[in-house]
Design a protein around this ligand. Structure first.
Ligand code: PCA
Length: 212
């Protein structure tokens, strides 16, 4: 299977985005999946435009988007993306939409179509904290997850997609008031690899079932 993995550039005054660093360290193949990597800007609409362009070009079987959720203490596969943009801070182009839809007239929400519970189990089996998150927030990450799931539903039948939020790195937390949660890059990379193995093996059993 082919898996498109996206990450964001640094935002909100940070000099790194752990998602970008972690994705750049992923190998080219994980659990039988060919990994295609893409960095998108932390900019409303633009992130989705670039991701959708890559989906149309690469035709992946699955799409996994990854972003930083500073303050979280675990790797968190997201359950749902909602049709709202409500920014507390400006994105990297100075946009700060308030209570605007990602797409006018589109459904209120899309559920992740990745095996989020299996991903959480696989990450925990490596001794790394993980849990399902029921909110991807209302900033650029949520809007990218929403736009990707909508694109997959409308134009790529059979392809799955979803999002994982990851914590700050220790060096980011070190500059903030204690206690600020963080996770080592090594654990973040290992956790993402475990999640991708779960996605690949779920896709594999799906294919076997379809063939029978
Ligand atoms: N996290 C932000 C946007 C980019 C990123 O890595 C978010 O959670 O919306």
């Amino acid at each position: 299977m082919k898996l498109l993995v996206t990450a964001f550039d640094p935002f909100g005054g940070e000099s790194v985005n752990p998602a970008q660093l972690a994705v750049s360290r992923l190998p080219q193949r994980i659990g039988g999946a060919e990994i295609v990597k893409l960095t998108v800007p932390t900019v409303f609409t633009e992130a989705a435009r670039i991701a959708i362009e890559a989906i149309r070009r690469e035709r992946p079987h699955a799409v996994l988007c990854i972003g930083q959720a500073g303050g979280r203490a675990a790797i968190t596969p997201e359950r749902v993306a909602i049709n709202i943009m409500d920014a507390r801070i400006a994105d990297n182009a100075g946009n700060a939409p308030v209570d605007e839809p990602v797409e006018e007239g589109a459904p209120a929400a899309y559920f992740s179509t990745l095996p989020i519970k299996r991903m959480v189990c696989a990450i925990r089996e490596r001794g790394i904290p993980a849990e399902v998150s029921n909110s991807a927030g209302t900033f650029v990450c949520n809007s990218l997850m929403y736009a990707v799931l909508r694109e997959l539903e409308q134009n790529h039948p059979g392809a799955t997609g979803g999002f994982i939020h990851i914590p700050f790195l220790p060096e980011q937390a070190a500059g903030k008031p204690a206690p600020t949660a963080s996770m080592s890059l090594c654990d973040i990379v290992s956790g993402i690899e475990a999640a991708i193995e779960a996605i690949a093996s779920a896709a594999e059993s799906e294919t076997h079932r379809a063939k029978r």
